[in-house]
Design a protein around this ligand. Sequence first.
Ligand SMILES: Cc1ncc(COP(=O)(O)O)c(C=O)c1O
Length: 477
Amino acid sequence: MLLPDSAERLELLQQTGKLIDEYYQQLETLPVAPKVRSSEIRQFLQDYDFEQSHDLKQVLDTTYRALRDWGMKVAHPGYYGLFNPAPSYAGVLADLLAAALNPQAGAWHHQPFGVEMERHVIKYFAGRFGLPVETAYGNFTTGGSEANSTGVLLALTRQLPEFTRRGLRAAAGQPVFYCSEEFHHSFEKIAHSCGLGRDAVRTIATDSDFRMIVSQLEQAINRDRELGHLPFMVVATAGTTNAGIIDPLAEIAAVCRQQQLHLHVDAAWGGAVILSDKLKSCLAGIEHADTITFDAHKLLSVPMAAGLLISREARWLADTFHVETAYVPESSEVGMDNYRLSLQFSRRLIGLKLFMTLASAGRQGYAETIEHQVAMAEYLAGRLVQHDWRLAIAPSLAIVCFADQQAGALASEQLAAHQAAIVAAVVDSGRAWISVTRIAGQPVIRVCVTSYLTRRRHVDELLQLLNQARAGLAVQG
Ligand SMILES: Cc1ncc(COP(=O)(O)O)c(C=O)c1O
């Protein structure tokens, strides 16, 4: 019932291949953002009461169309979005293989190749980041949130060895950690879920370039110590979600060294540039990190979900996640069971899509793709300035944040509404997806070159859409 015969399997795979190919052939002509109401989708789902079975070919076809028509086309060259990439084709094939063979990557003895392959990839990136390859290790996660969560747990366990058994009762004061005010929101949820509470997240002001002010970090740590709190970690962001800003990593590392604090670098998005000899210098200082969050499903363009947490010392992972069970057979390879090194037990072979993409594109191929995305952002920034848009900040890697120069006289809330209307008109055209955000409280329009398929002509089209939307508002206004 669950496994069709060989001829049918081949037919279904051929059908899947054709649908995927149709998708990529049509992609540029499809509207980027869906226009649908929940009632329409719920009506469609009424056909599936699960009492009556359906022909798989028909299920495949209709599900594909529903996903296509009622979802954001993140691979579209006009999707300038929230880091969700156009997936590498090697990554798509890897995910298919991983689903078909269903390797359990939690234990070495279940999938020796898979675990060794992931180890190879983790060690490779540890080396690129400048961590000691001999001692460094890590694990693939569902994404940056889980990787950040792992980093916090490692840091807590390092600083408070009793935390493993006694939890936060082992602390003689309130443990606190530090991020810039441009930090990723996952840390609030993490602080909550590991029992620290959201007040444990100390946000440090940023300078005019939106980078953490290191002198304020030091002051905050000293103040907290005087109050009897227990600083245990600093999070430096290498590629903020808003604007791609990279905190001063080397200076923050020096503070961590002096204050004996764990340094976690959240390089979920920006870490990818470590593959580019041209761009990697912007990550200088990352080699001092104790733990690094680094997502393959962002700027490395592998299909979701693929995060990575790299730890300077493998033993910190073992100290944090060690468990004994009678029901999992011992592996012959000591220290290689992922379930004893990470939050997950049963888990997908996440690293395969990164391995296959890296193996087929090569580092140079990857570097060129990333450099291309950065070049497209720089091209857009130049064109925007020529057309009377104001850059809120110089473009950082592949992100451009800007405001309408012509609306400069508007008060902040009016400017926010005005720019939201421009963005809505661009999205409504179906030709591009961009968004609004705030940097240091100021409303800006955010464009991130997320799809490696974006070319100059797409950027020109986006500029045209922005100019038209602005002109349309001026006429109405
Ligand atoms: C800097 C940063 N850290 C962490 C995350 C969380 O990653 P994920 O969405 O994979 O959980 C994001 C997501 O955009 C991010 O931008």
